[in-house]
Write a protein that binds this ligand. Structure first.
Ligand SMILES: NC(=O)c1ccc[n+]([C@@H]2O[C@H](COP(=O)([O-])OP(=O)(O)OC[C@H]3O[C@@H](n4cnc5c(N)ncnc54)[C@H](O)[C@@H]3O)[C@@H](O)[C@H]2O)c1
Length: 282
């Protein structure tokens, strides 16, 4: 099967980026949102990001026009065309909501199409158990999608070799760097990143160093582009906590216990950049 027609479910931060890169590489994309307003918002973001790429001489005006012409509006998952070759789900991080989408689509979309989820932390094996497990895979793009090269491809327990190689080849066509990851909590990216952030918060809580100095150590000493506390603010402290809980519960291992200071800040509504204050003020 050739993958030409793609459905992207959800046009938020990740969904609009995923739509952007597929449309730019010549794929026909059906972008699905829940309302006209949210669809318009997603398209406006994509248009703005294409304009930014024109200014940076990455693409031409004609590229922008042709990319936008390949994006098709869908309001409501039940309207997804049956003949799409690949569905990429990028709705909010909620297992029940994602399962509902895949169950619905399993009845609509032709049986040989591939189903992918962009989940950051939910078990791909668990999601795949409700629809075509051998053709189900995790396709974990990074934010911002048009800029970041990595795609973590997560193999669920029953994902077939054929499905994996099709998604790997497709990622290369998108000019991304795919890595193969087996389905365990946090995959690779969050299993390594989140405990590092959590440890930085423990260090702050214990008074080992100031928040500024903790970030400086990791920026100047380890060459990280951003310190872990700034990064936590950027990701959202509620998202960091949710992912630590996935690791803690998924492995039943106390080494992943979320830092009490992280829990306290989330309870206080200090969620980082999006709430105006986290470890730093915005
Ligand atoms: N934000 C990140 O940095 C990041 C990075 C990697 C992976 N992820 C994962 O990507 C997924 C999406 O995250 P996000 O940050 O883009 O979320 P978001 O909240 O920005 O966007 C989700 C979008 O899905 C839409 N939606 C919800 N239910 C829908 C439905 N039934 N049909 C169609 N659209 C629907 C919402 O209207 C919203 O626009 C999550 O699973 C998240 O864990 C996020």
């Amino acid at each position: 099967m050739n993958i030409n027609k793609i459905a992207v479910i959800g046009g938020g931060t990740m969904g609009n980026g995923i739509t952007h890169v597929f449309a730019a590489k010549g794929f026909n994309v059906f972008l699905c949102e829940t309302s006209e307003e949210l669809y318009a918002k997603a398209l406006k973001t994509i248009t703005g990001n294409l304009d930014r790429q024109i200014k940076k001489n990455i693409i031409t005006d004609e590229d922008k026009v042709s990319s936008l012409s390949r994006i098709n509006k869908i309001i409501g998952v039940e309207k997804i065309p049956a003949d799409v070759d690949l569905v990429i789900e990028a709705i909010y991080e909620n297992k029940e909501a994602k399962i509902h989408i895949f169950k619905t689509l399993d009845k609509i979309v032709k049986p040989d199409s591939i189903f992918a989820s962009n989940t950051s932390s939910i078990s791909v094996t668990e999601l795949s158990s409700v629809a075509r497990a051998d053709k189900f895979i995790g396709m974990h793009f990074m934010n911002p999608v048009p800029v970041m090269k990595l795609v973590e491809i997560i193999r669920g327990y029953s994902t077939s070799d054929e499905t994996f190689s099709m998604i790997k080849d497709l990622s290369i066509k998108l000019d991304k760097e795919p890595v193969e990851v087996f389905d365990y909590p946090g995959f690779i990216s969050n299993r390594i990143l989140m405990p590092m952030i959590n440890e930085a918060i423990f260090a702050l809580m214990e008074g080992v160093a100031s928040k500024e100095d903790i970030d400086t150590v990791m920026k100047l000493g380890m060459n990280h582009p951003m310190g872990p506390l700034t990064l936590a603010d950027f990701i959202g402290l509620d998202v960091c906590l949710a992912i630590m809980e996935v690791l803690y519960n998924g492995f039943n291992d106390p080494k992943y216990r979320p830092c009490p200071l992280l829990k306290k800040m989330v309870a206080a509504g200090k969620l980082g950049r999006k709430s105006g204050e986290g470890f730093f003020k915005y």
